[in-house]
Design a protein around this ligand. Structure first.
Ligand SMILES: [Zn+2]
Ligand SMILES: [Zn+2]
Length: 344
């Protein structure tokens, strides 16, 4: 089969690889129908994810058709159309029982990280019962690819960890696919102000179309603009969806007394914590990796039309063009790109 592989040159390559085989009775083999590229894949190529070694088939998002199941898989049959979750969950270890599947002792973030991932014609999904979801009927398969990672990450690590409340003020720093999915799912909690902060003018426009009430360009005036929008108080919830020191600094400057900073960016280097300015402000700083516990609920909202993510799907490629898809996603601002759908 053809597969997209992480090499040490900082660039991915397409290689011929053997098809995956079943290693445990709880495994499934899935034939991919759609996959996509995540900002995290770019972080891996950048060398920010030391736990991912070269030679790895990348990708932790996708939909497909179940090709084979192990004897202990009960929720899925051969031929089922499924969404592959970015998090593998055994559903029974201490962490899974505490709702922390991201730290599952036999799972967590494995695909495209410590085992081969979904940017290939076939993938082995361990603990299939806890790690796959059935496709729903009310939305296109393109839209449902968002439920592998970006939508549950935005909702759990941004909206829930950020404690967004009705009538509150929210700033989202970073207008990538996850930041834009926060814009969509934050509105489930009716914040009064929803401020998108990014440098990318196209993404500021998309955020407005998706319901952001205010737009601020990331730069030297960002703090002043946010303070003007909030009567000098700052915002109740700041969501860091970029993963660089400058954006984390901005979070610390604009968080209001009693507020929450929710980090969901993937940080490849250390940041400064300005505790000398924050120690007395009664704030919370939350970090999280998605547990995908909300995926089933989000699929119901998509199925019913309550949330819509179609506007984020800006580019479509065939798998033979996946290197072009990487180039486009890697220079997203230049191409007005948000989320790529790659069809097999
Ligand atoms: Zn991802
Ligand atoms: Zn587990």
């Amino acid at each position: 089969m053809k597969a997209l592989v992480f090499t040490d040159k900082g660039r991915p390559t397409v290689e011929e690889r053997p098809r995956p085989t079943m290693l445990a009775a709880t495994d499934a083999i899935v034939k991919l129908v759609k996959t996509t590229i995540c900002g995290t894949d770019l972080h891996i190529l950048n060398g920010d994810v030391a736990t991912c070694s070269t030679g790895r088939i990348l990708g932790h998002e996708g939909t497909g058709i179940v090709e084979a199941i192990g004897a202990n898989v009960t929720r899925f049959q051969v031929g089922d159309r499924v969404i592959i979750s970015c998090i593998t969950s055994c559903s029974s270890c201490e962490f899974c029982c505490r709702g922390l599947a991201s730290h599952c002792t036999e799972g967590g973030w494995l695909l495209g990280h410590t085992i081969d991932g979904t940017q290939a014609e076939y993938v082995r999904t361990p603990h299939a019962d806890g790690s796959l979801h059935h496709l729903v009927k009310g939305a296109s398969e393109d839209v449902q690819v968002m439920c592998s990672d970006v939508l549950p990450t935005a909702f759990e690590c941004g909206v829930l960890s950020g404690c967004i409340k009705p009538g509150s003020s929210v700033a989202i720093i970073g207008g990538g696919p996850v930041g834009l999915c926060v814009t969509i799912t934050a509105q489930l909690y009716s914040p009064l102000k929803l401020i998108m902060i990014t440098r990318d003018t196209n993404r500021l426009k998309i955020a407005k179309d998706l319901g952001a009430t205010h737009r601020v360009s990331f730069g030297p005036n960002a703090v002043k603009e946010v303070m003007e929008l909030t009567g000098g108080r700052g915002v109740d919830t700041v969501i860091e969806a970029a993963g660089v020191p400058g954006t984390f600094d901005l979070c610390q400057e604009i968080v209001a007394v009693g507020g929450t900073i929710a980090n969901l960016g993937v940080h490849g280097c250390k940041v400064d914590l300005h505790l000398d300015k924050l120690w007395h402000k009664n704030i919370i700083i939350a970090t999280s990796l998605v547990n995908t516990s909300s995926t089933g609920m989000l699929l119901k909202l998509i199925d019913s039309g309550k949330i819509k993510t179609d506007a984020l799907l800006t580019h479509r490629f065939n798998f033979a063009e996946i290197l072009d898809a990487y180039s486009t996603f890697g220079a997203a601002a230049q191409h007005n790109a948000v989320k790529m759908v790659i069809n097999f």
